[in-house]
Design a protein around this ligand. Structure first.
Ligand code: GLU
Length: 416
């Protein structure tokens, strides 16, 4: 398997394999493989120091057959067209896999938000919406946070959209602050949903999560919250964690909350008392029960898949495993909880946020998480069943469920 593919090509390789397993002909694959619409914009604005700068931005609207399109906005220096397209495809399969009535999209701006002032961040957010106001909307395409965007940025975007259309429309965006119609539990929803899947996978292995060892690559919002949940609610032992500056390890475990506080104070987990330093590469190859890639794409690939010793891989990141690595891991009987299932908790609670916004009636966190548990558990069970029926891995199981739903919607609409 060629490992030199870009992210969008990887997503197409996965889709092609799933279409073949479903017995779909090439017309169906061709109808599914590209975004319905890809928008590229340029934002020119005056910076605080008086200089003018131009930023490139994107919105990839992948598929709208099942409902308005949904997906976050990344602000990252390495944002690019291929990545946005791949992420918009995965959003489509994600919403279909957990069976929420939405299509998939993704957006981004090439920028380094860490170098921008608050005023510049607000200007960028408002400009992005001004350029895209005709292409987004509660019944068209609903953005949300992703890497380096947050509830404050969503608030500015919502305000700009409402100013343009001259009325309230909170469901144009999700991941909003609670005061502006956000949902309880939204900020922790991705990690929470992932832990429900880990619980189910452990059941399948007849493994008690109490004392189970966990290694987490990426200690951002999703990774660090997953660590704390697995430790505090499921009594797992967190033995390793990492971020862009390196990793920490203690075979007897360390406190996930201490690691979080250490990262807040020093901006890295490295240096936490009672731990030794390891590399990100070493972390992935540790002896552990649960490995959680919660950072970048393609970190589990042909070069290291054979060395992975975890029993369960819970993919909180999007696209952490290449197709070549998938085959190796399947042959090693490692249970993979594939990305667009494992991290679907975020968009599922975004969907709850839209529903609550329409009714102007808000749920408690307990209600949100209990509904989330039902959706995630059902999707996990269906995925495992489909994979077993077709003697394939869970990623293909999840793909088959998702594409069948999307194809059925396209057929009913008369598109194919
Ligand atoms: N950015 C998140 C994801 O990749 C959430 C998207 C949303 O809530 O629309 O799933």
């Amino acid at each position: 398997m060629n490992e030199n593919l870009d992210t969008f090509e990887i997503s197409q390789v996965q889709l092609h394999k799933a279409c073949k397993l479903m017995g779909y002909d090439s017309h169906i694959y061709n109808a599914l493989k590209e975004p319905e619409k890809f928008i590229e914009i340029k934002i020119t604005m005056r910076m605080d120091n008086g200089e003018t700068r131009t930023f490139k931005g994107f919105r990839s609207q992948f598929n709208s057959a099942r409902g308005p399109m949904k997906g976050g906005i990344r602000w990252h220096p390495e944002e690019n067209e291929s990545l946005v397209k791949a992420l918009s495809a995965w959003m489509t399969w994600k919403c279909a896999c957990v069976d929420i009535p939405l299509g998939g999209a993704k957006g981004g701006i090439i920028c380094n938000p860490k170098e921008l002032s608050n005023a510049e961040l607000e200007k960028l957010a408002r400009n992005y919406v001004r350029k895209l106001s005709g292409d987004i909307g509660p019944n068209i395409d609903i953005p949300a946070p992703d890497v380096y965007t947050n509830p404050q940025i969503m608030a500015w975007m919502m305000d700009e959209y409402e100013t343009i259309i001259g009325k309230h429309a909170p469901s144009v965006i999700t991941g909003k602050p609670l005061e502006l119609g956000g949902s309880a539990g939204r900020s922790n929803a991705t990690a929470k949903g992932g832990t429900f899947c880990v619980r189910e996978a452990a059941k399948d292995l007849s493994k008690d999560l109490k004392g189970a060892t966990v290694a987490i690559q990426g200690y951002g919002n999703a990774g660090s919250y997953a660590a704390r949940l697995l430790q505090d609610e499921f009594k797992c032992k967190i033995i390793a964690a990492s971020d862009s500056q390196g990793g920490i390890y203690n075979e007897n475990g360390f406190d996930a909350n201490d690691a979080f506080e250490h990262k807040v104070k020093t901006s890295t987990v490295v240096g936490l008392e009672g731990t030794q330093k390891i590399s990100n590469k070493e972390l992935l190859e540790l002896e552990c029960d649960v490995l959680i890639p919660a950072a970048l794409e393609n970190v589990i690939n042909k070069s290291n898949a054979a060395n992975i010793k975890a029993k369960i891989i819970a993919e909180l990141a999007n696209g952490p495993t290449t197709p070549a690595a998938d085959d190796i891991l399947y042959n090693k009987d490692i249970i993979i909880i594939p990305d667009f299932l494992c991290n679907a908790g975020g968009v599922t609670v975004s969907y709850f946020e839209m529903v609550q916004g329409y009714y102007l009636h808000f749920w408690t966190e307990k209600e949100v998480f209990s509904s989330l548990d039902k959706i995630m558990t059902k999707a996990y069970r269906a995925t495992v069943k489909k994979a077993e029926e077709h003697h394939t891995d869970n990623r293909m199981g999840a793909y088959m469920i998702a594409i069948e739903r999307v194809v059925n919607a396209m057929k009913l609409r008369g598109w194919i």
